[in-house]
Structures are given as structure tokens and as C-alpha cells.
Design a protein. Structure first.
Length: 76
């Protein structure tokens, strides 16, 4: 199993750009881009909290999910 950050899907569904999200959260755009593109190895939970607040998300499962390693390679 692997943790997957669903940020790419979220920004599309919420119709917000990474630049706008960066402004709302105070998180560097580069860090958000890495999360959105599944390029980040470590998760800063403060960033997840800031993203949830900015996108008005109350259920962490909208942001983070567990996927099978085999499925994970299909997303990339």
C-alpha cells in the first residue's frame, strides 16, 4: 500500500490553480506541484491542514488515500 495525495484531482474539481492555492495556503507552489504530481516523498501535515482549510474540506479522505502499489504505478 502507498499513500496517495489527491491534490491533482482536487484542484481540477474545485477549479483552482496551483498559484491560487499557493496564495490561499501560504505553501510554496513548487511544494504543491510536487504533491499534485505525486513527486513528493514526505508529507508535511501542516500543508495538508492548510490545503483542507483553503478548499473547505472537512474529511481528510478527500485529500489522502491509500492505493495498492500496483495501482499507484498506473497513476504516474
Amino acid at each position: 500500500m502507498k499513500v496517495k495525495i489527491m491534490l491533482g484531482e482536487l484542484i481540477k474539481s474545485k477549479a483552482i490553480s496551483l498559484n491560487q492555492l499557493s496564495y490561499k495556503t501560504g505553501v510554496r507552489r513548487a511544494a504543491l506541484s510536487e504533491l499534485a504530481n505525486d513527486k513528493r516523498e514526505n508529507i508535511n501535515f501542516k500543508h495538508i491542514e492548510q490545503i483542507a482549510k483553503a478548499l473547505d474540506i472537512s474529511d481528510i479522505r478527500e485529500i489522502i488515500t491509500l492505493v495498492d502499489e500496483e495501482q499507484s504505478t498506473r497513476y504516474n
